[in-house]
Design a protein around this ligand. Structure first.
Ligand code: PAF
Length: 284
């Protein structure tokens, strides 16, 4: 596996791969890799000729400076995991390489970003769209792989690809969970043992919410209230939002649930660590 640190080096490789007719898979990450990331890399290795994984803790998508500062950075350990998973090239740029000068272009995603992560992390999806666009331009992938734990991010990237006619296929993979249900996340490393023991309560409350919705007798607003009540009993847990939304438009459902595909998303702070998770409720 090669490690590339400059945009020019990645572009040169991309050019050669494309000329040789090779299919390129891209797995964009911020590092501190876990099994969820590795599944994406393995899938890309099965479906493509070359796999580029990027590791870049993107400053423009963090609205909280502490969150950016404390984000786990483990490039050597990550590199050791990527090669056996089938990664061809690791793109590991510096901040100045990705942002030689501040960007001016702003992305807006309308209603799609006025909810959940977009509402609670102003500027977040502008930063995501900026860096993902740069990565698409540099690596010109045929397929790009994302995890559905970031459900809204997948919807935003899908819109980005459609609006800017990026010639690639987005592949979204289901959330990978620890045996106790906690969604795998790079941020889990920052949980204290006490917080880690409580963290599966998030997924338990989401599963209960999904069951209520599937039952068809509980309005989304009441489902949200039930989750709020369950999580209020977890010591040290601060719920930032819980939203039952249409799985396609991401617009909140409140009064009635008519059986459309829905998603229940939440964000919570546990021992100073911000976690997100979601469950999808298939339509009837
Ligand atoms: O999901 C992530 O890790 C990041 O948001 C991404 C897609 C790598 C962009 O920085």
């Amino acid at each position: 596996m090669e490690i590339l640190t400059t945009a020019a080096a990645l572009q040169a490789h991309t050019e050669n791969w494309r000329r040789a007719g090779q299919h390129i898979g891209l797995v964009p990450t911020m590092g501190a890799l876990h099994e969820g990331h590795l599944q994406l890399v393995r899938a890309a290795a099965t479906e493509c000729d070359v796999v580029v994984a990027s590791i870049f803790v993107n400053p423009t998508q963090f609205n909280n400076p502490d969150d950016f500062r404390l984000y786990p950075r483990l490039p050597e350990a990550d590199a050791a995991l990527l090669a056996p998973a089938g990664c061809t090239a690791l793109f590991l740029p510096s901040v100045s390489e990705m942002y030689p000068r501040p960007t001016v272009v702003q992305f807006g995603f309308g209603a799609l970003e006025r909810v959940m992560e977009g509402e609670h992390r102003p500027g977040h999806f502008n930063g995501v769209a900026t860096v993902v666009s740069k990565l698409f331009h540099l690596s010109r992938p045929h397929r790009a792989y994302f995890g559905q734990k970031d459900f809204q991010q997948v919807a935003i990237v899908r819109q980005l690809i459609s609006d800017l006619t990026f010639d690639l296929e987005l592949v979204a993979f289901p959330t990978v969970r620890e045996p106790d249900g906690l969604a795998m996340s790079s941020r889990n490393r920052r949980l204290s043992p006490e917080a880690r023991a409580l963290a599966p309560r998030l997924y338990q409350s989401l599963q209960a919410a999904a069951e209520l919705l599937r039952g068809g007798h509980t309005a989304p607003a009441a489902v949200q209230a039930a989750v709020r009540e369950q999580l209020a009993a977890v010591p040290g847990l601060e719920l930032e939002y819980i939203t039952v939304a249409d799985a396609h438009t991401l617009q909140p459902l409140t009064d009635t649930y008519a059986g459309c595909p829905a998603v229940v998303c939440l964000a919570a702070h546990l021992g100073g660590v911000r976690l997100i998770d979601n469950v999808v409720v298939e339509g009837k």
